[in-house]
Design a protein around this ligand. Structure first.
Ligand code: ADP
Ligand code: MG
Length: 663
């Protein structure tokens, strides 16, 4: 909408506009500069922009960090900051804004107008999305290509769009974040819905790791956790990003758990009901007063239970009457209206009736979503509804999925501040001492004994043990602990002790101690002839219980991240594990416990008493605190297994492993 000044030393005019050799030759003030020049000229022109007093630089030019030219990228950012300028890019398609009538990009035209704004890390995808907004009838106010994120980052765009008066929903297409923590913190504070699509979650390329946690952590699960902790709603794929953006940008959050479905056909009603269960907002029977009242808008063979089936006889009046009543009823937290195009009805008239009912109900704090299944007339009627601010979809499950996003949005902010508190009675110095001794020995892996000493320093309950170097010493310790005992190899060269035949459990008498001692040493030598063996740890034998695993990874994007799951030998096959970025509160720990597939096993099944979930949640939290406190030291760790006992009886960490950060 403003004025454009083409800059090029080789032209007099471009597309009828007077052209200037440099920005310094332009007689007027300039707000933003768009760079489409080769990378090697960018620095010089940034200097000129700085002198000219320009504020924003949109650098479309490529040839920076994306091709390994990091130095040049760092240089231009430094240069821009010297003049107080910010850089979007480089290596971007540009920025488009409907409300500013601004196309600072090489996309051909502005997107269909809408009230969501999209930030995309992929440029080509942004151009594709731009054109597809007209086909999908999902509009955007702004499309922002973020490229190399040399300066302006996802966190910056979230913060900015959150205060932009023309944006009601912030949509993100993410391939990788530079500073995950900052994105979480910024998103937490946002007051508008944020929806994120994370691409690149396949296991392919996941680095081989030394610990269980390392091999179980994939980008997918960690991003899922981080989104949740940040209050970012997830999109499953591109279609889903569009569909959910439409609802989140047009409708209020769904507060409460009651969806009412009004339909003129059983089939779409059943599909919607199935979807509601799948997306976590199962349908309930409508209360009596709703059932009684809605009988007025259907023939005797209609159904009032929910879905409310007005039957194929339903015309505009019945849709109008039932929608108006349902919108206003306090039991209804979200209304989904379904329609199958019939021979006797006109889709546009039905749409008119629904919109009229919605407006006459005068309810603004409760969402309504429509789904039509039909032909071209239905398609047109739905577009018309979208233009009036009512999200409409071509299939009932899409409508429910969108409603589920509004439901999620109403609840997602609840837990974003569950970051926990510091723990007392922690002996950090002791932990650091053990760590520095291992480092002094030139080791990055702590032995089980050292790992347990670190855990103990943070008040985590581990089995008692003593390192022994002779059979007689082992017998003595076993007698002190009392039988049965466990004996394990202690070697910094053997990480997975069972694999080396280095673990004997349930040793009942002195004779067996002698036997186990010999066998374990023999096995270890056979497994790794040059292994440096410190001796054998004799341990108290923890009674039988439910085995779980706790672990941590230092994720490249989000930093220290905690894993929890059912333990045992199948953990790496079943991958039934949950992550959270550390630290977090006990409430979050409880959620982690309930989110694994095997949760019922911990809660008690088939006559088995429930596990001590209170202590387990506490331990997970403490673990997260320890890992955060030692974030400069610990790269990966796990406690596998942790044996959990019945309610009130606590738990024991029977194996521990810590891998140090390389220094
Ligand atoms: P690994 O290095 O092979 O993981 P662990 O120390 O975890 O060795 O021992 C293997 C298995 O032996 C554990 O999964 C657990 O079931 C059992 N176990 C180990 N230590 C104890 C103990 N102190 N009390 C009871 N069972 C134990
Ligand atoms: Mg183990």
């Amino acid at each position: 909408a403003g004025r454009i000044f083409p800059i090029n030393p080789g032209a007099e005019e471009i597309l009828g506009l007077k052209c200037y050799p440099t920005v310094l030759d332009v007689p007027e003030q300039i707000d933003a500069a768009i760079f489409t020049i080769p990378a090697r000229f960018v620095s010089e022109v940034i200097e000129q922009c700085g002198k000219k007093g320009i504020k924003g630089l949109i650098i479309i030019s490529s040839g920076f960090s994306e091709v390994g030219n990091r130095e040049l990228e760092e240089h231009i950012v430094k240069l821009a900051h010297q003049y107080g300028m910010r850089i979007l890019g480089p290596n971007i398609v540009g920025v488009l804004s409907n409300s500013d009538k601004f196309n600072g990009s090489f996309a051909p035209f502005l997107p269909l107008a809408g009230s969501g704004s999209l930030v995309s890390q992929s440029g080509a995808l942004l151009i594709g999305i731009d054109a597809s907004t007209y086909l999908r009838k999902v509009g955007f106010d702004k499309l922002i290509s973020i490229g190399n994120m040399s300066d302006v980052s996802f966190a910056d765009t979230i913060e900015w769009l959150n205060q932009d008066k023309n944006t009601t929903c912030i949509s993100l297409y993410i391939e990788g974040l530079k500073n995950g923590r900052k994105v979480i913190e910024t998103a937490r504070k946002a007051t508008k819905p944020i929806i994120g699509l994370k691409a690149g979650i396949s296991v392919h390329g996941a680095a081989a790791a030394a610990s269980h946690t390392g091999s179980l952590a994939g980008a997918a699960k960690i991003y899922k956790a981080a989104f949740k902790q940040a209050g970012i709603i997830e999109a499953e794929n591109l279609d889903n990003l569009f569909n959910r953006t439409l609802a989140l940008s047009l409708q209020p959050p769904m507060k409460g758990n009651n969806i009412l479905i009004i339909t003129n056909g059983g089939g779409v009603g059943v599909l919607a009901t199935d979807a509601a269960e799948k997306y976590g907002v199962p349908i309930k029977f409508a209360p009596d007063d709703i059932q009684t009242e809605l009988k007025n808008f259907m023939p005797p063979f209609g159904s009032t239970k929910n879905p409310i089936d007005l039957t194929g006889m339903a015309g505009t009046d019945w849709y109008y009457g039932s929608v108006k009543y349902a919108m206003a009823h306090p039991w209804v937290n979200g209304l989904v209206v379904l329609y199958c195009e019939t021979a006797i009805t006109n889709p546009q008239e039905i749409a008119g009736g629904i919109l009229q009912a919605f407006e006459d109900s005068n309810i603004k704090n409760k969402p309504i979503i429509i789904s039509y299944v039909g032909g071209e007339r239905s398609e047109k009627a739905m577009h018309w509804l979208v233009e009036k601010g009512i999200p409409s979809y071509g299939a009932p499950d899409l409508a429910i999925n969108a409603m589920a996003a509004l439901h999620e949005y109403a609840n997602i902010k609840e837990s974003v501040n569950d970051i926990g508190k510091d723990f007392d009675n922690v002996d950090k110095e002791k932990a650091l001492n053990i760590i520095s001794k291992a480092r002094a020995n030139g080791r990055n892996a702590l032995t089980e004994i050292e790992s347990k000493q670190v855990f103990e320093a943070y008040g985590l309950p581990t089995t008692h043990f003593e390192l022994t170097t002779t059979e007689d010493a082992a017998v003595k310790v076993a007698n002190e602990f009392g039988f049965p005992v466990v004996m394990k190899i202690v070697s910094s060269d053997i990480l997975h002790k069972s694999d080396a035949g280095g673990v004997r459990v349930n040793i009942q008498n002195e004779e067996d101690v002698h036997k186990a001692f010999k066998e374990i040493i023999e096995n270890a030598k056979a497994y790794k002839p040059n292994a440096n063996i410190s001796g054998i740890a004799v341990q108290e034998m923890a009674p039988y219980g439910t085995e779980v695993i706790l672990g941590s990874v230092n994720d490249g994007t989000f930093g220290q991240t905690i894993m929890f799951g059912l333990g045992g030998i199948f953990v790496e096959v079943l991958k039934d594990v949950i992550f959270r970025v550390a630290p977090f509160s006990k409430k979050q720990a409880r959620q982690m416990i309930s989110e694994i597939q095997g949760a019922p096993i911990l809660a008690g099944v088939r006559g088995k008493k429930p596990c001590d979930l209170e202590t387990l949640a506490d331990t997970i939290c403490k673990y997260a605190y320890m890992i955060t406190d030692l974030k400069d030291e610990i790269s990966e760790s796990d406690a596998n297994p942790v044996i959990v006992y019945e309610e009130g009886k606590g738990l024991k960490i029977v194996d521990a492993r810590v891998i140090l950060k390389k220094k």
